[in-house]
Design a protein around this ligand. Structure first.
Ligand code: 5GP
Length: 112
């Protein structure tokens, strides 16, 4: 059984996709912590960060690096919290590595 994010990659369930290339994809979180909350994934399914091969990790980081300012600009955020829950005990619910980009505003009431 593939992860819910692999099903999004396959087009089997809908998502608000904001970016994709051959290796990575980004889409809006279904339960956003703030407007514009975006998830970035490698398209192939790896559970934890250390499972991601180095070449994919390079492209994954490059996508995150480019999307952080783009997401902030899209929602006129002042900053963003960029985070991974890496493993179940850390709160990872979807076992397909993903980076949260959570836009932050100077008047918001605290982090995720
Ligand atoms: P985690 O707790 O694993 O770090 O975060 C998983 C995130 O995936 C949560 O913020 C949750 O709202 C989001 N999520 C779970 N299922 C779906 C889905 O089917 N579609 C989208 N777009 N986001 C999802």
């Amino acid at each position: 059984m593939s992860s819910i994010f692999s099903q999004i990659v396959a087009g089997e369930i809908p998502a608000r996709v904001v970016y994709q290339d051959e290796t990575t994809m980004a889409f809006l979180d279904a339960n956003p912590l703030s407007p514009g909350h975006t998830l970035v994934i490698p398209k192939d399914e790896y559970e934890r960060l250390n499972d991601v091969p180095a070449d994919v990790a390079t492209e994954f980081y490059d996508t995150i690096h480019r999307l952080v300012p783009a997401v902030e600009e899209a929602v006129d955020a002042d900053a963003s919290t960029v985070a991974f829950n890496n493993g179940e005990a850390a709160g990872q619910e979807v076992p397909h590595v993903h980076c949260h980009i959570v836009p932050r505003f100077s008047d918001d009431s605290g982090g995720p």
